[in-house]
Design a protein around this ligand. Structure first.
Ligand SMILES: [Zn+2]
Ligand SMILES: [Zn+2]
Length: 541
């Protein structure tokens, strides 16, 4: 509507309604029309549109807008930093209708001549376009997880006498992937008949059958005999460097393996789980001895980093605490946003006092479960935290995170991060690069220097477990552990359901071989109390 120059107020009301719907937890289809119209920000006009979608799965008005917008223009809406106003200029004035054309125009320095496009903006758009093109057609692990498990189950039910396994990037628990690799002993005739019956389109490629369903997501089927089944799965479920080193091992000789384990037995190497088959150096570590046990989802003992309705969360503090207790966690470290995060209803000093009163009452009610007083403090432009020391002193734990002015040089980013880590009130550094997988690269960070500073100041580094963040990157976990820096797998939950995201953090941490002992959220309540005491001893007395 913005692109087509519709009435501003009309646009605002749709935008407000979308925001409201996003936060709603009960299904709209269960509501009567009057209940629907009574929701603040919905009303009758938009309520009727919602009913239309529920009944017909379509919205005629939206279809109309889509009809009169070129597909390339719609695609531009997915690019970070390209708002409707800029897109209108690109479309109507530059007469550009596709991403490729736009990238070319940036390279030719053509955007700068237009209102609202400086040299810096042009450069940012160019970078965003590159990023988008590189990641197109990729999906977060979490987005394909359901499909993968359903597929595995269906195959087992429909073809119980054959072997099938979801291999490749999924088995390696990569943070994102472009397709699913499936190894199966099904014959080509059986497989293609099955795919055709399910309305998949497929074509033969070198080594596999590529197939796509309605959602355009690609499945790659590797057909193999039972003799080659485990080896095929193995080759797909390790990195190229790992495989090269493996095949150069002294005792290695390809044979008909009976199990996955027998591939390891042949060369005298202890079992290496697929997620850890990354760096070839791990092969040496597993020679003749077992690898240390990696962290499991059940090792998470408490929820660190969660938001409630005190800032931008969906559930109340009490709801969050009760749910955490019921799920078997020993504590909840509630860390709503700090005052500069005005867009997220960050806490002013007086509201901190109020929240702490509520925590005291709940702690009496829910004992032995404990809610710890925390804050996710913005790291300001100069690297200072968002409150004076006398207020920070009221928190058990301070998580420091960058949320504003994310576009910065490495020098600037490191100045802000190091100042925050050096602050004696900081206990955990939140999502250290600010990246959003497949959509935002994050600011540049020198991990080596950052890890050193965290070691010096006894600051834990968060592994934000939200499937779109998974930040810090698992590739730096080993370096942190070697420097005695604790990792903290935190869900950054904005609702009760968010607690379950811990699992995704654990999955990538397994890739780095992280053990539960090196993860802060695996601390028992007693250990957490000790950690807090230790952290408080850092503060000026
Ligand atoms: Zn945050
Ligand atoms: Zn947060």
């Amino acid at each position: 509507m913005d692109i087509h120059g519709e009435n501003e107020f009309k646009i605002k009301s749709y935008s407000n309604a979308a925001y409201t719907l996003d936060k709603l937890t009960e299904p709209l289809s269960d509501m009567s029309p009057s209940q629907l119209y009574a929701i603040r920000g919905i009303g009758e006009a938009i309520g009727k549109k919602i009913q239309e979608i529920i009944e017909t799965k379509h919205l005629a008005l939206l279809d109309e807008y889509i009809q009169k917008t070129p597909p390339g223009i719609l695609e531009m809406l997915k690019i970070k930093g390209l708002g409707p106003k800029k897109i209108v200029t690109i479309w109507k004035e530059l007469e550009i209708e596709s991403i490729g054309e736009l990238l070319y125009a940036c390279e030719e320095n053509r955007l700068v001549k237009y209102k609202g496009f400086g040299e810096k903006t042009q450069k940012n758009i160019q970078e965003a376009l590159h990023f988008y093109l590189q990641h197109q057609g990729n999906y977060l692990y979490e987005e394909v997880e359901n499909l993968a498990t359903t597929l595995q189950n269906n195959l087992a039910i429909e073809f119980p006498n054959q072997q099938h396994i979801i291999s490749g990037a999924f088995k390696r628990q990569m943070e994102w992937l472009g397709f699913l690799d499936i190894v199966t002993t099904l014959s080509e005739t059986h497989l293609t008949a099955w795919l055709a019956a399910k309305n998949f389109t497929f074509e033969k490629k070198a080594g596999y059958i590529s197939c796509k369903g309605e959602d355009n997501f690609e499945l790659r089927w590797y057909l193999t005999t039972i003799e080659n089944f485990f080896w095929t799965d193995f080759t797909l479920s390790c990195s190229p460097a790992f495989l090269d080193t493996w095949q150069a091992l002294e005792n290695f000789k390809m044979e008909a393996y009976q199990t996955e384990q027998s591939i390891f037995d042949q060369v005298g190497i202890s079992y290496i789980p697929a997620p850890q088959r990354e760096l070839a150096t791990i092969i040496e570590k597993a020679k003749g001895k077992n690898l240390p046990k990696t962290i499991q989802p059940s090792d998470i003992k408490g929820i660190i980093h969660a938001h409630s309705t005190w800032s931008d969360g969906i559930h109340t503090l009490e709801q969050m605490a009760i749910a955490a207790k019921e799920k078997g966690y020993e504590y909840l470290i509630i860390s709503d946003h700090s005052k500069s995060a005005f867009y997220a209803n960050g806490l002013q000093a007086d509201r901190i006092i109020e929240q702490h009163k509520e925590i005291d009452v709940l702690n009496k009610k829910l004992a032995p479960f404990v809610i710890f007083k925390s804050i996710e403090s913005d790291i300001l432009n100069d690297g200072s935290l968002d409150y004076p020391d006398e207020i920070l002193a009221n928190f058990d734990i301070v998580i420091a995170s960058v949320h504003s002015n994310l576009k910065m040089t490495e020098e600037k980013a490191m100045m802000r991060l190091l100042n925050a880590v050096n602050n004696p009130y900081t206990s955990i550094l939140g999502h250290p690069t600010g990246r959003l997988l497949l959509s935002r690269k994050g600011y540049p960070v020198n991990h080596e220097v950052l890890i050193e500073a965290c070691a010096e100041n006894n600051v834990a580094i968060e592994l934000n477990a939200h499937p779109r963040r998974l930040d810090m990157d698992w590739r730096y976990i080993q370096a942190a552990v070697e420097n005695d820096v604790l990792i903290s797998i935190n869900p950054d939950a904005h609702a009760i359901e968010g607690f379950d995201d811990c699992k995704y953090g654990v999955f990538v941490a397994q890739k780095a071989g992280l053990s539960a002992a090196n993860n802060l959220s695996s601390f028992s309540l007693a250990e957490m109390l000790e950690f807090i005491e230790y952290q408080q001893a850092k503060r000026p007395q």
